[in-house]
Ligand binder design. Structure first.
Ligand code: ITT
Ligand code: CA
Length: 482
């Protein structure tokens, strides 16, 4: 007699979840799917589709809020096509806004409310199970980015660190830090063995792993995303209200007329607008990496630190402990500049960047900001966070599914982080590049048992209503096969 056949794998019932990442520079929609038939949602979550919303981020529609809602329509229609009809009503739909809306809310909270009303109205027209739109705190953005990176956790499958990640004699696993560089803010999140969270509780997310308490350190620097930091650097150079500046972060021969009001129209710089400045100034590039780095350094404050150690601006940061996955603009910029090659030492990276910055504008001719952005990233990593290449490991995502806070956010809100070890690899394989060299990782290694389970997220999360229900079971890939 023929054996009864199970369902064809292609016909397996899937559950879906949709998250809209309303960033400062643009909005992106992500669809995630996981097998519906698994008990307790233990199947692996995969990103099945993404859609980049045309136009700028929703915070740019402050003066025409209805357009913020309209801007989402095409991607939402695409989502309607991609999620099977019969799953629409059960598919949760979330929108999380980050630094652009944080800034708008600081500047004009009623404008921010109107944008949210317009967005809600637009999203509720679709047949999904709408679960709300809100601004994420910087800590949430950092912590969910970290959850995503560690959930994906395919980080080292293609790089030299594979064996290093399982170094401990007791077969422990080291978690992976997360570095996110957006347009308006930047996040750093990692677990450091010698950090118990007491020195700076606002940077601490405490969680319990198999009977042991661990602390995630996370900090979000508002105004230190790459677009806002460019404003900070330009504000630095226009304090006397000049008509022309010679900017070393732009290519020789580059010229642009900049409007003072537009430049200073952001809470990151608005308090510093020079009195009596003319309407416009002319920015002329002179392409000097060294001088550019001096300007970029001047937007960091290294003078005050009331803790045992700080990154910058008086913000506590424990001893770095890697590896780290760097995504968003870290990847866009370093990939564009061809600087993700694992074998390039830091000095060579600097030489290459110096040559790029010095390239005349008529030989580059588009995308003027990469000299500035590359210089900012190197300065942020080495001077801001104190990465000591080549003794630290930073990986730039170079392909595969998108890393970011959205997956971690959805896993949390749907109580979906699996309670059992995954039975297949997570999202399609990540490929990461190492910059510049993966060497000895500083600090002790975190020792975990064969199964890593995050249960209660306490500390910061316990203090916020959104997290009062947080119960996470995070199983990291490969652990059972160690
Ligand atoms: O996190 P926040 O600060 O809210 O901002 P965001 O979410 O909009 O920020 P992104 O990571 O999407 O983008 C960061 C920067 O990279 C730029 N960027 C976004 N997508 C890009 C791409 O595909 N190629 C090159 N640059 C990109 C974008 O203009 C921003 O300056
Ligand atoms: Ca972002």
């Amino acid at each position: 007699m023929a054996k009864p056949q199970g369902p064809h794998p292609g016909l397996m019932l899937q559950n879906y979840g949709i998250v809209l990442d309303a960033g400062s520079s643009h909005t992106a929609l992500y669809i995630y799917a996981w097998p519906a038939e698994k008990d307790n949602n233990t199947g692996r979550v995969e990103q099945t589709h993404s859609c980049k919303v045309k136009g700028k981020g929703i915070s740019s529609y402050a003066s025409q809020p209805w357009k913020a809602g309209e801007s989402l329509t095409l991607c939402m229609q695409e989502a309607e096509q991609k999620v099977p009809n019969k799953r629409h009503h059960e598919t949760p739909l979330y929108l999380g806004a980050t630094a652009g809306m944080r800034l708008l809310n600081m500047e004009n909270s009623s404008a921010s409310d109107k944008v949210f009303q317009a967005v809600e109205k637009a999203l509720q027209k679709f047949p999904f199970s709408y679960q709300g739109a809100r601004i994420l705190s910087g800590q949430e953005e950092g912590a969910f980015g970290w959850v995503t990176v560690n959930y994906l956790d395919d980080l080292c499958s293609c790089c030299v660190l594979t064996s290093m990640r399982f170094l401990s004699p007791s077969q422990g696993l080291e978690t992976t830090g997360a570095l996110d560089l957006g347009g308006a803010s930047t996040q750093i999140s990692f677990v450091s063995d010698n950090y118990d969270g007491s020195e700076s509780p606002s940077n601490s997310v405490t969680f319990r792993l198999y009977g042991n308490d661990y602390n995630l350190y996370t900090h979000s620097f508002l105004c230190y995303g790459k677009d806002q930091v460019l404003r900070l650097a330009l504000a630095q150079q226009t304090q006397s209200g000049p008509r022309t500046i010679l900017d070393p972060c732009f290519h020789p021969g580059y010229t642009e007329i900049k409007n003072y009001s537009v430049l200073y129209d952001s809470p990151c710089v608005s308090g510093r607008k020079p009195q009596g400045a003319p309407e416009n100034f002319t920015l002329r590039g002179n392409g000097s990496f060294g001088q550019c780095q001096e300007i970029v350094k001047s937007v960091f404050n290294f003078t005050s630190c009331k803790y045992s150690q700080c990154s910058f601006n008086g913000v506590f940061q424990p001893l770095l402990q890697g590896p780290f996955g760097a995504f968003s603009a870290y990847y866009f910029v370093m990939n564009f500049l061809n600087l993700t090659d694992t074998s390039i030492p830091l000095d060579t990276v600097k030489d290459k960047l110096a040559r790029y910055c010095a390239t005349p504008w008529d030989e580059v001719s588009y995308l003027a900001e990469y000299c500035f952005s590359g210089t900012y990233i190197l300065t942020l990593l080495t001077e801001g966070y104190n990465f000591t290449f080549p003794s630290s490991c930073v990986y730039f995502q170079i392909k595969g599914s998108d890393a970011g806070w959205t997956l971690g956010y959805m896993l949390n809100l749907t109580n979906m982080i699996p309670a059992e070890a995954p039975d297949k690899p997570p999202l399609p394989h990540y490929v990461w590049a190492v910059l510049p060299i993966c060497g000895k990782v500083k600090g002790q290694r975190m020792l975990l048992n064969t199964v890593l389970q995050i249960t209660w997220i306490q500390g910061l999360f316990r203090r916020t209503k959104a997290f009062s229900q947080w119960r996470v079971h995070l199983w990291l890939k490969d652990i059972l096969s160690i």
